[in-house]
Design a protein around this ligand. Structure first.
Ligand code: AMP
Length: 491
């Protein structure tokens, strides 16, 4: 155990909180379905019926968890919801959210997106004070900490401010205390969270796409360290002390968020198109077609095509009913999963020199299989272009990438990775290219998984204050100098 306690699996999740002058269960249900890409393991809703908190949680997809009678039971005009995606070890109903706890100050319901780095320490401290823990989840630590603070201060606002001061890490929270919904964003604004409104309702949600779909007007993103109390006719905001910069997670734009969401002023789709354009500038190649890895490489492929003039061809078709292979526990399952998920259009790729575009490489399992599929379908060459720099370090702040040895790029050159995945050439987007595409100053982004330098203190890791980001890679000087060519090998 480290100084900060054991590092826990992440909670890569989606949240909503709403206050309305009408029943909210259905609105939350639809909000969660729209955020389903942020978590497919479990989901839950808690509402306040005027007297007590009602809740239901379950494993699986949102539409599998809630039937019409469940939503009818979840009465009330305020509520919160959560979808969860964590590492498989903690995939149990006990860790599903919202967590609901009864206190002398009313029920607390909580949904968390992020990762608390000092959760282990806080858990020990609270256990010593006599608080009992029912689950292994960081989120329960947050609830108990809040309950503890409430029992001292007796004042909800002070308790919210005080308890967030103790948390180190990434947290976007949907909280309901005695029927009042709150939205909280950590002082570095690492995970997204925004507010929208329609007649008689205010809602906070992880991504703006929820508002588009449910007919809400986007109001704004929560500010770093902001705590917002939602009412049907408005919201009240109070803020925590916060640094002058943010640390938005770059991976939200690169892969995780939906392309039709606007995160902190930057449309995800636009960022991805720009990433593709940058890739084409950094790594041009003589080829015939650009093929995206669906879904996540689509927008990047558009960008690559715009700059290179090569046509985008849907050379790979996705079975949309197969779950994300990334989360399968066994390597062998993941490999079969890729085959179940993707099938090539042989006539589209046969004898073609293909530029294959994907958002990122983590273990390399997926892309290796995809290169093989394309070669077996007759592609003459496969040039791989990846929409973010090599992922080499764990994420402690809410993305499920935990151990260094899982990363194919760790201790391998670009050449070696290209050989491993059997690509004719491989180009990873440069750090500078990524920063340009995100249109945020680099000081305001977290690149921890690329640089091993983190915006919060993580035991055993470098803290951002100590090193300049410039140190971690610049784009190739000449157009092709960064491209690592390897000889094609038989598939
Ligand atoms: P692999 O290199 O086989 O581990 O898979 C990488 C691919 O999985 C990426 O191209 C993404 O599309 C997707 N991916 C990356 N990180 C995650 C994550 N934390 N959770 C789910 N999918 C991910």
């Amino acid at each position: 155990m480290s100084e900060f306690g054991e590092l826990k699996p992440s909670d890569k999740c989606g949240i909503v909180a709403i206050a309305s002058d009408e029943p909210v269960a259905k609105e939350i249900y639809y909000g969660l379905r729209i955020l389903q890409h942020r978590g497919q393991e479990s989901g839950g809703i808690a509402t306040f019926d005027g007297g007590e908190t009602r809740s239901k949680r379950g494993m699986g997809l949102v539409h599998e968890i809630f039937r019409a009678e469940d939503l009818a039971h979840l009465k009330g005009n305020t509520g919160i919801g959560h979808v969860r995606y964590s590492t498989t070890g903690s995939s149990v109903i006990d860790n599903a959210q919202p967590i609901v706890a009864s206190t002398a100050y009313g029920d607390i319901a909580l949904g968390h997106n992020g990762d608390i780095v000092n959760a282990g320490l806080l858990r020990e401290e609270l256990s010593r004070k006599g608080w009992a823990f029912m689950t292994t989840s960081d989120s329960e630590v947050i609830v108990r900490l809040l309950a503890n603070e409430l029992s001292h201060t007796g004042d909800v606002r002070r308790a919210l401010k005080e308890f967030t001061r103790r948390l180190v890490g990434a947290y976007s929270l949907a909280i309901m205390i005695d029927g009042v919904p709150y939205a909280v964003r950590d002082p570095l604004a690492i995970r997204p969270l925004c507010i929208g409104t329609k007649d008689g309702a205010y809602m906070a949600a992880s991504e703006s796409v929820v508002f588009d779909t449910l007919g809400y007007k986007f109001v704004r993103d929560l500010k770093p360290g902001e705590i917002v109390a939602l009412r049907p006719d408005g919201f009240e905001s109070f803020r925590l002390p916060h640094p002058t910069h943010t640390a938005h997670c770059m991976f939200e734009w690169v892969y995780f968020a939906r392309p039709d969401s606007v995160l902190d002023g930057r449309l995800v789709y636009d960022a991805r198109v720009k990433i593709g354009q940058q890739l084409a500038r950094e790594y041009p190649v003589d080829a015939d077609i650009v093929v995206p890895v669906p879904e996540s490489g689509r927008a990047q492929a558009q960008g690559y095509s715009q700059v290179s003039g090569l046509p985008v061809v849907e050379g790979l078709i996705k079975n949309r009913y197969i779950e994300r292979t990334f989360i399968m526990p066994e390597q062998a399952d993941r490999e079969v999963g890729v085959l179940l998920k993707l099938n090539p259009i042989k006539s589209a790729v046969k004898n073609k020199r293909v530029v294959l575009i994907d958002d990122s490489i983590v273990r390399g399992t997926t892309i290796k299989k995809i290169v093989k599929i394309l070669r077996e379908a007759g592609a003459a060459q496969v040039h791989l272009r990846i929409g973010c720099p090599p992922i080499k370090a764990p994420c402690y702040l809410g993305i499920d990438m935990k151990t260094r040895d899982q990363f194919i790029a760790n201790n391998r050159t670009v050449d070696e990775v290209a050989k491993f995945v059997n690509a004719d050439s491989l180009g990873y987007l440069s750090m500078t290219g990524l920063v340009r595409a995100l249109s945020h100053p680099k000081e305001d982004i977290c690149f921890g998984c690329l640089t091993s330098v983190y915006p919060v203190e993580v035991p055993g890791e470098k803290f951002r204050g100590l090193e300049k980001l410039e140190r971690f890679g610049t784009p190739p000087k000449k157009a092709e100098s960064g491209e690592k060519k390897v000889r094609a090998r038989a598939a």
